[in-house]
Write a protein that binds this ligand. Structure first.
Ligand code: BDR
Ligand code: CA
Length: 311
């Protein structure tokens, strides 16, 4: 049976690919897309989600907008990576797919409460504001969800500060709530996603697929490459977010280790750091897992398959 997921995202070049993969792969039943401020303002990322939905003909999945700022921090966008629109580098269609008249936090809660227990997986690929709000507003969802598989953090790698990854850095308080909620949670962090690089062979394959979405994704990746080179000196850009979905489709895409994880809130230099305690991996009450390696070929093959299907 296909896995039912809610994708909570901030598109975002790599969020867009996560959305396409989730929509196209038959192992995934995408039941809702919710948006959160992060890579750009809520208005922009929500428009981007609707434009991507329009591009791929996704009319049957509700899209709802969520929180327009982090719980405590001021809003902090990543235009140095994603550009002014949040998804610069190609022309996307006007957003024709409608926005639901419900707040994302309510849609998340309703979807989980109205579905059989342990059938919905949450896949956050942005700041964790909506997910933390949902867990606080309706604590029953914590036992009802199947699991949470999120993109964020890193145990050796960071990108936004010396110690923190962007999604966690943007809203560390929300991350603290989500990582400590008690649900099964898998962190797909930079240690893994920095291996999912859009290298020239990847772009060539996208060109070969030669559909409107695959060419647009290639253009997005070309822009992403330029921004990653300028801001972080990467030769090829890491395509973080779809690793979450790929792992749910085929768990052999990523090796995971069970380990306690918590979020640093007060460190003078380390706020937003994901502290992974590999010394206590046998703790019996531990429900958190961390990705440690990636099968790149399997990952990209899933992305190519999705692009072929969408076209
Ligand atoms: C994460 O930050 C965002 O810019 C990307 O979309 C990804 O979710 C990587 O640190
Ligand atoms: Ca993202």
């Amino acid at each position: 049976m296909a896995k039912k997921i809610i994708l909570d995202c901030d598109p975002g070049h790599d969020d867009a690919i996560a959305l396409m993969l989730a929509y196209a792969n038959p192992e995934i039943d995408l039941v809702a897309v919710t948006t959160v401020a992060g890579n750009q303002t809520l208005t922009k990322v929500t428009n981007n989600a609707r434009s991507i939905a329009t591009l791929i003909g996704m009319k049957d999945v509700p899209i709802a907008a969520g929180c327009d700022r982090p719980l405590v921090n001021e809003i902090n966008v990543a235009d140095e990576i994603h550009g002014d629109s949040g998804i610069d580098g190609t022309e996307l269609p006007k957003p024709e797919v409608p926005l639901q008249d419900i707040h994302a936090v309510d849609l998340i809660i309703e979807t989980i409460m109205n579905s059989p227990e342990k059938t919905i997986t949450l896949v956050p690929t942005g700041a964790l504001t909506n997910i933390a709000m949902a867990a606080r507003r309706e604590p029953k969802i914590v036992d009802r969800v199947k699991e949470v598989v999120l993109m964020g953090g890193g145990y050796l790698e960071s990108n936004y500060s010396a110690a923190a990854e962007f999604n966690i850095f943007v809203d560390p308080e929300a991350a603290r709530v989500v990582f400590n909620a008690g649900w099964k949670l898998t962190m797909v962090g930079l240690d893994v996603t920095h291996k999912a690089l859009a290298t020239p062979d990847v772009l060539e394959e996208m060109e070969k697929i030669n559909t409107v979405p695959s060419i647009k994704v290639k253009e997005l990746m070309t822009f992403f490459q330029k921004m990653y080179k300028e801001s972080q000196d990467f030769d090829y850009p890491p395509v973080h977010d779809p690793v979450t979905v790929a792992y749910l489709i085929d768990p052999s895409v990523m090796e995971v280790v069970k380990a306690p994880i918590d979020i640093e809130l007060h460190g003078e230099l380390t706020r937003g750091m994901t502290v992974v305690d590999f010394n206590h991996i046998v703790a019996s009450d531990c429900v958190t897992y961390v990705g440690v390696s990636l099968d790149k070929q399997k990952f990209w093959d899933l992305v190519y398959d999705a692009l072929r299907k969408i076209g």
